[in-house]
Structure formats: structure tokens, C-alpha cells
Design a protein. Structure first.
Length: 267
């Protein structure tokens, strides 16, 4: 990631939360602590943020606190080919007439293209998923209620009596921050709370994660591995990660990225 892109991401992050730590910025940018500290020092000298112990804060702190994690626009371009292949494999599990849940994420968003020719009942908390399918498909779309978080393009409600409790789905397709022996991991408490409610409304849980997610960790566990029915990932998955899923009796589908690229070339 170039310096200008890191600076844009850092400035965007401090507009969402009162203080952002160096470690959080390292996770968002995949840069070293030394690099992030230099970036913070530079932006501090330019009077674009305020350097604080262990991180940075906005000169004009936000009145509305956003979610932890990288913005949708940044995640969208990371591992793009892998996400497209994973999404194609996910849609192959759907039949017309199915009721499914899709959580907000850049991997689940890639499902919108192969879903264009299907007719499903889809519940989602993702504004871009709903908007795209509404315009480009005949699927029936239901949105969750709540606040739109612009950076992640997701709709969340802190209340228990939201529409989620009235939803049933054959399958839930979701992406996540990371996947480890302890379970499926997320980076923000509000996001974790919303996704736990959605998981409880589906018979099957299908997790869409590119292979980089097996090395990522978070302090929040959404659910144990035994709750996951299927994991769809790319050819970069390690033997160790595959063995972890097999030991937990989780079905593993490896989406061939090369085949996806060839298919795109034909199109």
C-alpha cells in the first residue's frame, strides 16, 4: 500500500473513532509499526491529526462512532480474484426459491454477480448487496433495519427487537475477520452482536474467507468451529488450516482461482 493510500486510510479511521491505535492501523494497512508511527508523525506535522500515546486522534473528534476495521472500499480490492472465485462456488450451493442470508462483506458482495440470474429470497445487512441485486436481478431482497455505517457499507441495529428475529434462512453466507481453531472471529463488538443474531436464524452456516484470513486473529469470537457447516476458500489454504477444518468436521470447498480467471477471460 502506497504512502498516500495509508494516509487516506488513517485519516478515514480517525473520523470513525475517537482514538485509533498503532496496532489497529497496522492491521488495517498491513504496514509495520515503524511505518505507521512515521505516517502519524507526518500527518501530525501537517496538522491533519493529533498524535497521542500509542496512536492518533482526530483534531475534530467524531460525534458518531463507527466500526473497527478497514473500510469496504479498501477491502474490496484486496485478494479480489480469490473473492470472485469463492463467491462463484458459494452461489453454486443455491437453488431457485431458497431463502438465504448474506452478511455485509467484500467477499459476500462478489456473490451479487452470479446471483443476477437467480430467483432467491435474500436477507442482508449490506447496503451495496441490496442495491446491486435490486437493480440487476429478480431476487426478493429484505434489508435489516438500523444505522448505515458508511465506511463498511453495512446496516446494524443495537436493539434485540429488530427484524432479524423474524427471518429464517436455509443457509447463511458470511465473511469474517479471521478463522482460527477457537472459531470464527470478528473485529467489532456491534458487528459481532449483529452477526451472532443472524447465525441463529439459519440452518446452515457457510463461511466465505480467502486464505489470508486463516492467519488473522481478533479478540472477539463469533462462534466455535463446530457451528460452521462449510468453509469456502481459495487454493492458498495451508495444509495446517485444512486439517484444522477436517478435525472440526467442517466441509471444505476450495475454489479454483485459475478457473475463475479463465472464465472471466471468456466473458
Amino acid at each position: 500500500m502506497h504512502e498516500s493510500e495509508r494516509h487516506r486510510l488513517i485519516l478515514s479511521a480517525i473520523q470513525d473513532r475517537p482514538v485509533v491505535t498503532v496496532i489497529e492501523l497496522c492491521n488495517m494497512t498491513a504496514a509495520s509499526e515503524a511505518t505507521i508511527r512515521r505516517d502519524i508523525a507526518t500527518l501530525h506535522m501537517q496538522n491533519r491529526l493529533r498524535r497521542v500515546r500509542g496512536g492518533a486522534e482526530s483534531i475534530n473528534p467524531p460525534q458518531f462512532v463507527g466500526l473497527a476495521g478497514r473500510p469496504f472500499s479498501v477491502n474490496e480490492v484486496l485478494h479480489a480474484k480469490q473473492k470472485q472465485a469463492i463467491a462463484r462456488a458459494a452461489v453454486k450451493l443455491c437453488d431457485d426459491g431458497d431463502s438465504i442470508i448474506m452478511n455485509g462483506g467484500t467477499t459476500t458482495f462478489q456473490m451479487v454477480h452470479p446471483l443476477a440470474g437467480r430467483r432467491l429470497q435474500i436477507f442482508t445487512n449490506s447496503f451495496p448487496i441490496a442495491a446491486h441485486l435490486l437493480k440487476h436481478s429478480k431476487n426478493t431482497i429484505t434489508l435489516s433495519g438500523g444505522t448505515i455505517y458508511r465506511e463498511q457499507n453495512i446496516i446494524l441495529s443495537p436493539f434485540d427487537n429488530d427484524v432479524t428475529r423474524n427471518v429464517y434462512a436455509k443457509r447463511m453466507f458470511m465473511s469474517a475477520h479471521g478463522l482460527a481453531p477457537i472459531g470464527l472471529m470478528e473485529g467489532d463488538p456491534l458487528l459481532a452482536q449483529a452477526e451472532q443474531k443472524l447465525i441463529g436464524q439459519a440452518d446452515e452456516l457457510i463461511v466465505l474467507v480467502d486464505s489470508s484470513k486463516f492467519s488473522k486473529r481478533s479478540s472477539l469470537v463469533l462462534c466455535p468451529l463446530r457451528r460452521i457447516d462449510t468453509v469456502i476458500t481459495d487454493e492458498g489454504i495451508s495444509d495446517k488450516a485444512a486439517a484444522m477444518l477436517e478435525a472440526a468436521d467442517v466441509t471444505l470447498i476450495v475454489a479454483p482461482t485459475g478457473a475463475a480467471q479463465a472464465e472471466e477471460a471468456v466473458c
